[in-house]
Design a protein around this ligand. Structure first.
Ligand code: GAL
Length: 490
């Protein structure tokens, strides 16, 4: 029977309890059909997802449930992996043909590729600075500046190449490998990776879950395994995966009760699975612009997911994306977070106050922070913003994964008052959305985790103690400026 026939019969309800080709057939929390129609094999992709893939093996598998998860598959030519119960996620590679990924059996503390990416990524990306006009020299300059300007010492790690790095004319005709554009990267990508690594930094690359990238370079849809293996062999540490040029058969049909089963989720999961199969840990950034309710499934696929279209160096972009993130703030935690897009500090006409708020809110809401400008042009004031120790420490807290969240009754869009915990205590962040200087008051009893007593207020921007106050404390904030304070019992 052809797959089309299987699908047609299934739609008519004539195939009993069998999943259709490409459908989900197992995984954590999966309660639907667990066997595939003839001609398809239920195949382990990761603990969260088994999929009916073309094949004729009669292998069967055990479905999984939340608390005592036990996913095991028999090996077919394209399936592998059994999970073991370990107290923390780890990976052991074997010398056989496939890589074995071991994961915890309790509720997931990390994603399938979550060997990295517990904390929001800190780094630099080429797109906002250079668009398609990218080459090895510009990239290595950025990397060297990350070191010489003290950004590496402040915690910035990733040097990420965006679109337009590959050979636009296509893949290697015999191996189907994606190729670099040798005019831009004359020494190839493995050489770039080794130069970046020798600076103590990590290298990111870009591809697309469609037939072509947004700028028309080869996409990875259908080439996930080969591209993930190629990236790994080059020494790549991070993949930004875009969402352009999706063929019609892969478009979402807008009727998913669970968007984790959407075609978008499958496209992104296919690359996540391919990355997880590499011996090299590769952080996975889903550039899906907030489509397909990605926040509901993104953490089971990668470490971050874009929630908006492209950033712009404008106050309206900054406020609108903060507002969008606030609506889905509970989805951000260790190993999975909403990505408010790359930094615009240094670009356009943002005021210094707006740049401060841009950085402070990305840190407070625990978005990835990927600088997006020619670093050599940053002023001392701008460098001081992006190197602020206490805001970076809040973003990178090893013990607290949750971001700051609005408190009190918001009267503005986005809200102005946020609080969050770090391993040091309770923090309050305030942004002034108005076009004039305003007085802002922290009433301690209104802040989750504080009460009506006396508290010490410590300014995160300056790293200095402001004093001890009873009941409340007020400060003045310039238009579009912001502040962050650690507030501890007196
Ligand atoms: C967009 C993406 C941008 C940039 C660009 C490259 O879709 O949101 O961040 O990567 O593609 O063409």
């Amino acid at each position: 029977m052809s797959f089309k026939a299987i699908i047609a019969l299934s739609v008519l309800g004539l195939v009993g309890a069998q999943q259709t080709l490409w459908g989900q057939c197992g995984g954590i929390n999966w309660t639907g059909q667990t066997s595939c129609g003839s001609g398809a094999v239920c195949t382990y992709l990761n603990d969260w997802y088994y999929q009916c893939l073309p094949g004729t093996s009669t292998s069967s598998r055990t479905s999984t449930s939340t608390s005592s998860t036990r996913a095991s598959t028999s090996n077919t030519s394209s399936t592998r992996v059994s999970t073991t119960s370990t107290s923390s996620t780890r990976v052991s590679t074997t010398s056989t043909t496939s890589t074995r990924v071991s994961t915890t059996t309790s509720s997931p503390s990390s994603t399938p590729t979550g060997r990295v990416g517990k904390l929001p990524a800190l780094g630099w990306n080429s797109w906002n600075a250079y668009r398609c006009d990218i080459n090895e020299t510009k990239l290595l300059n950025a990397a060297n500046q990350m070191v010489s300007l003290g950004l590496k010492a402040a915690g910035y790690q990733y040097v990420n190449i965006d679109d337009c790095w590959s050979n636009i004319n296509g893949r290697d005709p015999s191996t189907q490998q994606i190729l670099p554009d040798l005019n831009k990267f004359p020494n190839g990508m493995a050489s770039v990776a080794s130069k970046i690594h020798s600076l103590g930094l990590l290298l990111g690359i870009y591809s697309d879950a469609g037939t072509k990238t947004c700028s028309g370079y080869p996409g990875s849809l259908g080439y996930e395994a080969i591209d993930a293996a190629t990236f790994s062999s080059w020494g790549i540490d991070y993949l930004k995966y875009d969402n352009c040029n999706v063929p019609s058969e892969w478009q979402d049909n807008w009727t998913y009760p669970d968007w984790g089963q959407s075609n978008s989720a499958i496209r992104y999961r296919q690359m996540g699975t391919a990355l997880a199969a590499q011996s090299r840990p590769i952080q996975y950034s889903l550039c899906i612009w907030g489509a397909a309710q990605v926040w509901t499934w993104g953490a089971s696929v990668g470490q971050s997911w874009r929630i908006s279209g492209d950033s712009a160096p404008t106050w309206s972009y900054i406020t609108s994306v903060i507002d969008r993130n606030v609506a889905i703030i509970d989805y951000t935690n260790f190993y999975g977070r909403s990505d408010m897009d790359m930094m615009e500090i240094g670009n356009g006409d943002l005021t210094l106050a707006e740049e401060r708020t841009h950085f402070l809110m990305w840190a407070a809401l625990k978005s990835p922070i990927l600088l997006g400008t020619d670093l050599s042009l940053l002023s001392t004031d701008q460098l001081n913003i992006i190197k602020n120790k206490e805001l970076l420490a809040f973003s990178q807290d090893e013990l607290v994964g949750a971001p700051a969240k609005p408190y009190g009754t918001a009267t503005t869009t986005p809200p102005e008052y946020y609080s969050g915990k770090s391993s040091k205590g309770v923090h309050v962040f305030i942004m002034n959305t108005s076009s004039s200087t305003s007085t802002k008051t922290i009433t301690f009893a209104n802040v989750p985790g504080l009460g009506s007593g006396s508290y010490k207020v410590h300014d995160m921007w300056t790293g200095t103690d402001v004093g001890t106050f009873s009941g409340s404390w007020s400060t003045s904030l310039g238009s579009h400026d912001s502040g962050g304070w650690l507030i501890t019992p007196a």
